[in-house]
Design a binder for this molecule. Structure first.
Ligand code: BES
Ligand code: MG
Ligand code: ZN
Length: 513
């Protein structure tokens, strides 16, 4: 795939297909920018009485020109709506371009040029605008065209890939920023696909052991260090949570440790990302109901996002020292499984009463958070499909964010607006913490149903006291049942781009925490 920025000269468009982003009622349309051969058709559409295309967000229409068939000019113009100029933001651009990306996949159009509307995007600082806008354009196109066809046979199996994407720039645009933007998006969309592929893979083909293998091959491909703690060495490292959750399955658990060491890191203390990777969550002895249990193949999405984000930082060459901790287990009921009521002792010395074996994510995350201490990290961020309660609280449009450092949390909220992976803060005050006090042991792994997303975080906080920490509950975001413009049904790769952006901003010292 080749992605490039070219100057916009309608006489010299290079691809046979041009995508044009259009605002409501063609606002900001510059008639001199219309590709040759399409002037008359656009004139008809511009007349509001005749138009059946209004430019509403994600509206799409394809026009053809006979002139483009005989000449070097384009013959296909895809108009895509970007909606109200007042609402135009990175996410509407990503969505509109996602809608176009979907169509490109469906019609197998792999070589395109794209023209986006002139004018300023509200709320963005001028010096970052073109970088962010051009990266949103490319992310939308590529992620919109993503499909997971590996398990289909015949014609459906074939994978679509863009050969050629040209983003057109107007004279006076900051071209270097746009080039940086498309290069960034080339990486960010590639790694989002990496996360989606892992998460979409069924659990019989993605056991903890297979996740280790895939992490190894990703580490090799992108240039990451990898270390795996498994078998007896889990014992030696006192990873009692991973052992307790994993022991009901014949597929043994592991702790995957990835590290990206750049040539010149600008952060003295490493950034540590932690990702829950339960390759299948049946609930264990506290068995889940059968309906929708199949979706629990996605319960490793946090781990997938962490693996992907580190790969992305390495591919970017970001000047940030980053570590990924991915506890990988399968949660199954069996004669060797952990029972409700069992007590384990964590590396930190705290004892944990496992009252519900379906609250397994926090047990394996506790091991990773305790292990993170050895890096004396600058910050630690964990991502996990942790609680159904978070989905009840926030629905499927926003992930829950909790932690022990307001500055870090606010930085994440702000970045999440840019990447379109929205997160929002929930409180983590003392009374929630008190709820987790155990009867038999120091703490218990569940309390009541109320405030379940927060009490889960309160449990994690017990293991994350020594550094600045944020926890993102992605239970409602890791996959989607309703396809959206740049998110087909299935895994979304949620938080891979957010973690990559966080790491990159820290490396580039745009963010000081
Ligand atoms: N993996 C689930 C959480 C989940 C549920 C993610 C639905 C995505 C969609 C987690 O391990 C779990 O089972 N949590 C329990 C916690 C409870 C036992 C306190 C839950 O949410 O029901
Ligand atoms: Mg569970
Ligand atoms: Zn789970």
């Amino acid at each position: 795939m080749k992605i490039a920025v070219n100057m916009l000269q309608p006489e010299k468009l290079k691809t046979k297909t041009i995508i044009m982003g259009v605002l409501n009622n063609f606002e900001n349309l510059n008639k001199s920018e219309i590709p040759p051969g399409f002037e008359k058709q656009l004139e008809i559409l511009l007349d509001s009485k005749n138009s059946d295309f209004k430019g509403k967000l994600n509206e799409i229409m394809v026009l053809y020109s006979s002139m483009g068939i005989k000449t070097k000019h384009p013959y296909r113009l895809i108009l895509v709506g970007l909606g109200d100029p007042q609402d135009l933001f990175l996410e509407s651009i990503r969505e509109g371009c996602g809608t176009a990306g979907n169509l490109c996949n469906d019609k197998n159009i792999d070589s395109i040029g794209i023209i986006i509307p002139a004018g300023r995007i509200t709320r963005l600082p001028r010096k970052e605008e073109l970088f962010l806008v051009s990266s949103a354009v490319v992310e939308g196109l590529i992620l919109g065209a993503y499909r997971f066809n590996k398990y289909k046979s015949g014609k459906d199996k074939s994978d679509f890939k863009f050969e050629n994407i040209i983003v057109y720039a107007r004279s006076g645009s900051d071209i270097p920023s746009m080039r940086k933007g498309i290069n960034y998006a080339d990486v960010s969309s590639e790694i989002t696909a990496v996360a989606r592929d892992l998460s979409n893979t069924p659990s019989n083909d993605l056991t903890p052991g297979e996740l280790v293998k895939r992490a190894r091959s990703i580490a090799r491909k992108y240039g990451l260090k990898i270390k795996v703690i498994t078998g007896d060495s889990l014992e030696q490292n006192q990873m009692s949570g991973i052992i307790a959750v994993g022991k009901g399955s014949s597929n043994p658990p592991s702790m995957i440790i990835l590290e990206y060491v750049p040539k010149r890191a600008r952060n003295p203390k490493p950034v540590v990302f932690v990702g829950k990777a339960v390759t299948f969550d049946s609930g264990g002895i506290s068995l889940k109901p059968g309906a929708n249990m199949a979706l629990m193949k996605h319960d490793m999405s946090g781990g997938a996002a962490v693996i992907a984000s580190l790969a992305g930082l390495a591919k970017l060459g970001a000047p940030v020292h980053a570590v990924g901790l991915i506890p990988a287990v399968e949660n199954l009921p069996s004669g060797t499984a952990t029972r409700p009521g069992d007590v384990i002792t964590s590396k930190t010395g705290k004892s944990i009463e496992i009252l519900n074996t379906d609250a397994e994510g926090r047990l394996i995350l506790a091991d990773a958070l305790a292990y993170a201490n050895r890096y004396e990290p600058g910050i630690v961020v964990d991502v996990a499909t942790l609680t159904g309660a978070c989905v009840v609280a926030l629905g499927t449009h926003t992930a829950g964010l909790m932690g022990n450092n307001e500055k870090l949390l606010d930085a994440i909220v702000k970045l999440s607006e840019q990447t379109g992976e929205r997160v929002w803060k929930l409180p983590l005050w003392k009374p929630y913490r008190n709820e987790m006090t155990g009867d038999t042991a120091d703490i218990k792994n569940v309390s009541g149903r109320e405030g379940g997303a927060i009490t889960a975080a309160a449990f994690l906080l017990e293991f994350a006291e020594k550094y600045k920490w944020a926890h993102i509950d992605i239970a409602g975001m890791a996959w989607t049942e309703k396809p959206a413009p740049y998110k087909p049904k299935g895994a979304t790769g949620f938080s891979a781009r957010l973690l990559m952006a966080l790491g990159n901003n820290i490396g580039e010292q745009k963010l000081k925490l």
